[in-house]
Design a protein around this ligand. Sequence first.
Ligand code: BTN
Length: 259
Amino acid sequence: MKEIKITTEVGKFSIFKFNCVESTQTMAKELYRRYSYDAFVVWAERQLEGRGRRERRWHSPKGGLYFSLFQKDLGDLRSPQLVSLAAGMAIRNGLKQFCNISCELKWPNDVLYQERKLCGILSESAIYGQKIHYAIVGVGINVNTDISELPCEVRDKATSLKDIIGLELDLNELLSVSAEEVFKWLSFLKTDNGQKKVIESYKNHCVTLGSQVSVYLDNETISGLAVDITEEGALQVLAAGETLLFATGDVVHIRRDDI
Ligand code: BTN
């Protein structure tokens, strides 16, 4: 494994940089086994087997920002789902700081710009009882990505920072801002009040709320109105007069003209 270890200027965390890995998620687990650091970041220019949610592939051509952030001991969480919501808020804030764009959050963990997917987040946690022993937050942002290099089923719904802003951006700088924000938002989860703050902030920027949605589960699809996000981070949907809770699932926002 050939890596360059970069230590950030502020000296808060180490970044392991690779040209190409299978997946930064897998590499983060491997580096934890090797070094036992409490917090670090793995960054790769390309991934050969990038992983998305629900066993999907995350295509990772050059130009995108692909990193996994490892954080040990998050403490007692109402639900591991809060890790994804905190990460979504962190990336939203990072993008606002870095290039002054306002993104929306789609439950549970997509970051959209004008309804198109700009960033995907995959959170994996090791849990003992209620305690999060460690969390690995994987972030893929289409930065200088040529959208035509993505598979067609993804291409139509995706966008990149290059297309939004009209110029190429420095991946190194965006990584520093984003990773700092993710560490900060994960640290909020250590207290009960912090967990409430994460949920409230997430709800303020979540475009899923108030939308007609279809939730795709393993064996069925349920359609209804997304009305709330619980303190555990679950989506509450009003469907056929019943209130249903979803801890996970793929959500499609139904546009008014589709109804
Ligand atoms: C999704 O929207 O399905 C989540 C995509 C997460 C992709 C990132 S890229 C960095 C990290 N490494 C992976 O293999 N996946 C995540």
